[in-house]
Design a protein around this ligand. Sequence first.
Ligand code: NDP
Ligand code: GDR
Length: 344
Amino acid sequence: MKIAVVTGISGQDGAYLAELLLAKGYKVYGTYRRTSSVNFWRIEELGIQNHPNLHLVEYDLTDLSASIRLLQTTEATEVYNLAAQSFVGVSFEQPVTTAEITGIGPVNLLEAIRIVNPKIRFYQASTSEMFGKVQEIPQRESTPFYPRSPYGVAKLYAHWMTVNYRESYDIFGSSGILFNHESPLRGREFVTRKITDSLAKIKLGKLDVLELGNMDAKRDWGYAKDYVEGMWRILQAEKPDTYVLATNRTETVRDFVTMAGKAAGFELKWEGAAESEVAIDAATGKTLVRVNPKFYRPAEVELLIGNPEKAQRELGWKPTTTLEQLCQMMVEADIRRNEAGFSF
Ligand code: NDP
Ligand code: GDR
């Protein structure tokens, strides 16, 4: 039986990856942090929380000794490092914590692999945020990096450390440079789920207006379930390497709002510009969306669009879900949940 460690099982990708690995017959050790109120709503929603091959382990990525013990006690053959302080907005307010968790954290696991068993295969959750300011589009593995947030900088350090351990110690360390991927299990602080959850609340009369920041930012949004399949394929490859996973389609935040509005039954008309921009419901004339500059970031990544050709060619990976399907799925889930009083 293959044994995998998935760090960050309480997050979006951790839940979907655990589900995938369990379906493939793996024994999965999913790690979570000790907090005063641990929350497993995602694995509960997927119905895998009591799976006999899923073992939940308390673990913090910033602890080297815990990382060593984790690999010793689980005897893992594959480690998927998904744990991170993953919210770009917060990284501007907590740059040091973000560096410690998102930047140095993965080095604890790489060191643990070197000490415990250098044959362990390691996946690092790298990100399109490392591309940051546009240098070339569509972005691919060879595109120069220019991160624009403490989060992007921290991830870039972890990315290069993964490459460095691959080249220095012959460790199977692979890096997936994943573009934004969303789902009904996305955290509500991220823009897509904030939009779908808020529009669901507006539809049900539980909220008046949705406030957002930069409407012009363009993102290459895919479906998280497609992307965890890509992570698994990256670790099954013959050699460790770096791969971009993306859809090669980009849309603005504004476009996503319009699309989600349609899925929720609103026809939104946009008026004004910049800080005075609003979206009005054509049927009632009510303002449903407006800009609040408090959501602007000190530096912004304006345009992301990825070129996933290498992953398609070498791993046979390709996204299967359109943005319209994804958006519809998220809006429907949030309407259902809000009707039931669900609050995550
Ligand atoms: P989430 O924010 O949903 O999940 C992050 C996970 O990391 C949570 O389980 C969190 O636990 C855990 N975590 C945070 N700090 C620590 C720590 N110190 N020790 C152990 N665990 C910790 O992120 P996603 O699932 O969306 O993303 C997974 C990974 O992929 C992240 O590394 C992210 O940066 C990266 N990524 C994500 C993309 C996306 O579009 N989703 C795109 C590219 C990369 P807790 O619940 O306790 O906070
Ligand atoms: P991102 O995702 O920063 O791309 O990082 P997020 O959804 O937070 O922002 C996307 C874009 O939307 C703009 N935006 C807003 N964002 C949020 N969160 N809230 C708002 O109200 C709002 N209004 C506009 C942002 O400015 C930005 O341009 C995600 C995370 O999952 C990272 O961990 C991952 O590495 C990258 O995707 C790829």
